[in-house]
Each structure stands twice: as structure tokens, then as C-alpha cells.
Design a protein around this ligand. Structure first.
Ligand code: UT7
Length: 331
């Protein structure tokens, strides 16, 4: 029997309408467009402004976009995974709510969190379910309402993050397509450099913590930057070496959009031409779990069946890695 591989067969996406530009941020904190552009590559990001709407709102919109583009019946979806670092609430799964709202009433569902690597790790999980032969499709959604964790008086974080969601469908194939290999790693000694400390099980939310902004994301940017540059590039080199690939047979690099300088460093390490590097950080900023599927959505029309795509990500935890996938369709 031929080996079953997991192929991405559809993409969908959603970003909120409100555009938070560098010029608007200049009026909120001590920063400027020139600094943000040269240090990060970001010009604007999208923010979900409406009260009472959480990550599920973004996830549902992205999933519905995919469902209508692909023309599938949501009742046929077997598993819904929501990759997110900002679930709607504790204890109640965001994925369960999302699955019900999109009409995936025959699916089981769960959330998974590996900070900015959530979607990358989610690709590994989703494809393993398909490769097992037990499931015929998995809807993987990367969604984050990062604005819910951001202190808009902290210029170290508020200039970077944005809100958004993207979704992909994994289905089986026996062709030489789909997810080929992965290299995934974690190092928990990094968690002190990027975290939202209060409100989890270790540190309860207290009045004091709230007044001191303990519920907001804190980042020691320089340390995270150094680790991201080293590890994303290293993982990318490792996945290329393991699969006898080089710059000439890699068609695309889809790297987590945290900082344009980190993406450039990864591309330079493998000497990849600039036109093969997917970029949308300038318009969305860092949307955490949504950056990779938003890239696929933006570049979908340029992707060809058989294209070799290298995905790479790095995030809080620390968690990082790279995945090698062969694109499965022409759009
Ligand atoms: O996605 C999850 C993983 N996250 C990442 O990968 C993010 C990694 N980190 C970064 O992208 C960068 O470290 C930042 C964009 C967060 C910061 O850039 P940086 O080049 O590392 O800046 P820095 O923190 O070293 O600060 C350099 C200078 C400092 O001033 P002095 O001490 O040199 O006078 C900062 O106070 O820039 C100043 N600065 C700013 N100035 C204007 C820091 N933030 C700002 C700002 N606007 N927003």
C-alpha cells in the first residue's frame, strides 16, 4: 500500500478591519515610524476592537473563509485544532466553540499552545492524525487576539503585535506531496524572557498584579531576538540538510513574522533569494499563531503544485523549529 502523506488542500484567512498604523502609535507611546520600520519592518497591524469578541471570532471568520472557498460541508470535518496563545477563556476550549459555530458538528476539537510556534507545531499534530490513516481531514486554525495581552503604554511590545487568523485543511494524499519532514525543539529556560506572568495557575491575578500590569505580555526583546535569529536559522539549515535540499530547490521560505530582521537573517543563512521569502509583516505585524497561515493565504495564488516550502518559527517558551512541505495544488 502507498504511504499516506498529509497535504494542505485549502487556505482561508481573516484580519479585523481596524488598522493601527505606526503614525497612530506615535501618538500613543514614545516611538516613531522610522524606528519601527527599520527595527522591525512593520508599518501597520490589525486590531479587533469590538468588546466581547475574542480569538474565536477571528478563528471562525478564517475557517468560514476556507469552507466557502473550498466548498466543503462543515459536517464532513473530523477534527478542528485551534492553535493559539490567547484562548477566549480558561477551561472552556476555544476550538470546541469554533467548531460548533462553523457547523463542524461531527468533529472533535482542541486548542494547542506553543506561543508563536503554535501553528508550526499544529502542522505536525494535524499531519500525524492524517498519516495515521484514521482521519480524512483536519482543519488547523492559527488565531490570536494579541491585543488582549498588550499594554499600549509599553513601546517594547505594543509596536510589534497584531490580531488575525488563518486556517488550512489537511487531507491525505498518496502522491509525493504534503508534509515531508520536521525539526521541532523547546527550551523552557527561555520563558522568563517572554511571558504574561499573572492570571495563569502559577500566579493568580491579584489587585496588585492587575494594577502593575502583570496580565500584559512582557518581553526582553534583545534576548528573544538573539535566540530567534540563532534557532530559526539553525532549524532551517537542519531541515534542509536532512532532506538534501539547498537554496536552488527551495521554492519558498514561510518564516514566522516577528521581525523582518529575523526573517532576513534566516534567509541569508541559507543564501535564499529575496523573492522566495514570503513577507507580510509590514501589514499585519506579529500575529503569533496566525503569521504562517496568513502568509499562505497572501501567497496562495503564486504557489504551484510540487513547490518546496520551508516553514520556520520561534516563540515564547522557547519553542521553535522548521517543517518541509510540498505544496499540493495550483489555485
Ligand atoms: O514572536 C515571538 C518572538 N518575538 C520576537 O522574535 C521578537 C524579538 N525581538 C525583537 O524583535 C526586537 O528585540 C524588538 C523589535 C522588540 C526591539 O528591537 P531591538 O533592536 O532589539 O531594540 P532594543 O530593545 O535593543 O532597543 C534599542 C533602543 C533602546 O534605546 P537605547 O537604550 O539604545 O537608547 C530602546 O530604548 O531602542 C529603544 N526602543 C525604542 N525606540 C523607539 C525600544 N523600543 C522602541 C520603540 N521606539 N518602540
Amino acid at each position: 500500500m502507498s504511504k499516506i502523506s498529509a497535504a494542505i488542500t485549502a487556505v482561508g484567512a481573516y484580519v479585523p478591519d481596524y488598522v493601527l498604523t505606526n503614525q497612530i502609535l506615535e501618538t500613543m507611546v514614545d516611538t516613531n515610524d522610522e524606528w519601527i520600520t527599520t527595527r522591525t519592518g512593520i508599518k501597520e497591524r490589525r486590531i479587533l476592537k469590538e468588546d466581547g469578541k475574542g480569538t474565536s471570532y477571528l478563528a471562525i471568520k478564517a475557517a468560514k473563509d476556507l469552507i466557502s472557498k473550498k466548498g466543503i460541508n462543515p459536517k464532513d470535518i473530523e477534527l478542528v485544532i485551534v492553535a493559539t496563545a490567547t484562548p477566549d477563556m480558561k477551561a472552556a476550549s476555544t476550538a470546541a466553540f469554533t467548531a460548533s459555530e462553523i457547523g463542524a458538528t461531527n468533529a472533535f476539537s482542541f486548542d494547542m499552545d506553543a506561543a508563536c510556534s503554535s501553528f508550526l507545531y499544529g502542522m505536525s499534530v494535524a499531519s500525524t492524525y492524517i498519516e495515521s490513516g484514521r482521519y480524512k481531514n483536519v482543519l488547523l486554525i492559527g488565531a490570536d487576539k494579541m491585543s488582549s495581552l498588550i499594554n499600549y503604554k509599553d513601546r517594547a511590545t505594543c509596536i510589534i503585535f497584531g490580531d488575525g487568523a488563518g486556517a488550512v485543511l489537511f487531507e491525505p494524499t498518496t502522491e509525493d506531496l504534503g508534509l515531508k519532514d520536521e525539526y521541532l525543539r523547546s527550551d523552557g529556560s527561555g520563558r522568563e524572557f517572554l511571558q504574561a506572568t499573572y492570571g495563569g495557575s502559577q500566579h493568580a491575578m491579584t489587585q496588585d498584579a492587575l494594577e502593575n500590569g502583570g496580565h500584559y505580555a512582557f518581553q526582553e526583546g534583545r534576548t528573544v531576538f538573539k535566540n530567534a535569529v540563532f534557532n530559526m536559522a539553525d532549524a532551517t539549515v537542519k531541515i534542509l540538510e536532512k532532506n538534501n535540499l539547498d537554496k536552488d530547490n527551495v521554492d519558498w521560505l514561510a518564516a514566522h513574522q516577528a521581525n523582518k530582521r529575523i526573517i532576513d537573517a534566516t534567509a541569508q543563512r541559507i543564501e535564499l533569494d529575496e523573492e522566495k521569502v514570503m513577507i507580510n509583516i509590514h501589514k499585519y505585524g506579529n500575529t503569533t499563531s496566525a503569521t504562517l497561515p496568513l502568509l499562505l493565504n497572501d501567497y496562495e495564488s503564486q504557489l504551484k503544485k510540487g513547490d518546496n516550502i520551508i516553514f520556520a518559527a520561534f516563540g515564547g517558551g522557547f519553542n521553535w523549529g522548521a517543517i518541509y512541505l510540498k505544496w499540493a495544488y495550483n489555485s
